[in-house]
Design a protein around this ligand. Structure first.
Ligand SMILES: [Zn+2]
Length: 425
């Protein structure tokens, strides 16, 4: 089937920004955009079942190619009929290419750099190591047993074909921030050559119903970013992801995304890799991003933090700490999520966290994902109603995401299900 395929139907545009709402069509159904995509890194949204994720109103999850090819192995997942059947999630799935993890081992601090944080720790690679980057691909040592491994464009596409995700990402070099402009330039050129190899492999061997996204690189340099966005935009890929180092702070990250979406083709879906703080989602939607993925809502839940409408505290509330032990308050007033509607108090959550009882992270994960689902549904509704700018200003000022209700006035925990009429409680 010739590429690119028309997979995004744009349903409304914001006249004052690049924001748009739409429906992204995949082999396992549609994704309402703009959307947040929860991480199912190791074929599970940590602590939740697929029905939990569905009931929060999410349409798509993200699986991690690198982790799944290591354990249990993409060939084993294929024996189970692919990732959907293996993890029992029948909605859309996007898989990353594995490039981010493989390069994180060598470059060390990409995870921090991508998010505009200054890097303090040793990076995400643990004991793994990138041994060599060549035109063919990347040799690295397994973080599991130290054995020598190799991942190149064709391998990444083969693994994702075996996983049979709805959207595969091409293999790219996730260029870090601390390298020279010259290195960024050469690395971006190589990513463009790898894009063509990924598309060639996929055309010959890949599943017909799997979409392929290219990845814009180019570091923090305007000309390189825009040149990369043009190359990817003119390629055969069905959609476009923005990756690599997005700068050393949030203003620079927004600038880099702005450069890219200025020149990307209007008609193809755009995914922003690894970004999902509340303020980043607000700005990203204004800049014309359609989908986001990020570990933040689920990761901070496991560390005892809840998302709350408190911009000065980065929309976070930490339930741990001794002053919280006797608190009989809820994490957030008027929250329709499964945790808050059951009346679980801050003091109880602090206690669960202290004794490392797994119910705590599960409850906070439900709350944080429900918050994020409502936030995105709120933005979609505002955009459709022609008041995106106004709504974003209210949310930046500390408004909580709105609560959606069904025809009988029952409150949805997160986003309403697809096709349900929009009403607020
Ligand atoms: Zn809640």
């Amino acid at each position: 089937m010739p590429r690119p395929r028309a997979c995004l139907e744009i349903t409304a545009r914001d006249p004052e920004s690049r924001g748009r709402t739409g429906l992204l069509q995949t082999a396992h159904g549609a994704v309402r955009t703009p959307a947040f995509v929860p991480l199912a890194t190791k074929a599970s949204v940590k602590g939740l079942e697929p029905r939990d994720v569905r009931e929060l109103g999410f349409d798509m999850v993200l699986g991690n190619t690198f982790h799944l090819m290591t354990t249990p192995g993409s060939d084993l997942v294929q024996e189970f009929g692919g990732l959907h059947d293996f993890m029992r999630w029948q909605g859309p799935i996007i898989t990353d290419s594995g490039g981010f993890q493989v390069f994180s081992m060598g470059h060390g601090t990409i995870a921090d750099e991508v998010k505009g944080r200054s890097a303090q720790n040793g990076g995400a690679g643990r004991d793994g190591k990138t041994l060599k980057i060549t035109e063919k691909g990347v040799a690295f040592r397994s973080y599991l047993n130290g054995s020598r491994q190799f991942l190149g464009p064709e391998d990444s596409m083969r693994v994702q074909a075996e996983l049979h995700s709805d959207i595969a990402l091409v293999f790219d070099e996730c260029t870090p921030f601390h390298v020279t402009r010259n290195y960024t330039d050469r690395s971006t050129e190589r990513t463009h050559r790898w894009l063509e190899r990924c598309l060639d492999w996929h055309e010959e061997h890949g599943p017909d119903d799997q979409l392929v996204y290219g990845i814009v690189q180019g570091g923090v340099y305007e000309d390189l970013r825009q040149a990369s966005a043009r190359v990817i935009g003119e390629s055969r890929c069905d959609g476009i992801a923005i990756g690599g180092s997005l700068g050393e702070n949030k203003p620079q990250m927004y600038q880099v995304v702005d450069w890219a979406t200025q020149v990307l083709p209007e008609d193809r879906p755009r995914h922003l890799l690894g970004i999902g703080d509340v303020d980043d989602l607000l700005r990203g939607v204004e800049l014309g991003i359609d989908t986001f993925d990020c570990a933040m809502p689920t990761r901070i839940a496991r560390h005892g933090a809840a998302l709350v409408p408190d911009p000065p505290n980065r929309w976070r509330y930490d339930v741990t700490g001794s002053p919280k032990r006797r608190s009989q308050q809820l994490v957030m007033d008027d929250c329709p999520c499964p945790m808050c509607t059951e009346g679980f108090t801050v003091g109880y959550l602090a206690y669960l966290q202290r004794i490392k009882e797994q119910t705590g992270p599960r409850l906070l994960t439900l709350h944080n994902l429900a918050y994020t689902a409502r936030l995105m549904a709120d933005l979609r509704e505002a955009l459709d109603a022609g008041r995106l700018g106004e709504r974003i200003a209210e949310l930046r000022a500390g408004d909580a995401p709105r609560v959606f209700v069904d025809a009988d006035g029952r409150r949805y925990p997160g986003a309403p299900p697809m096709g349900a009429p929009v009403a607020f409680g």
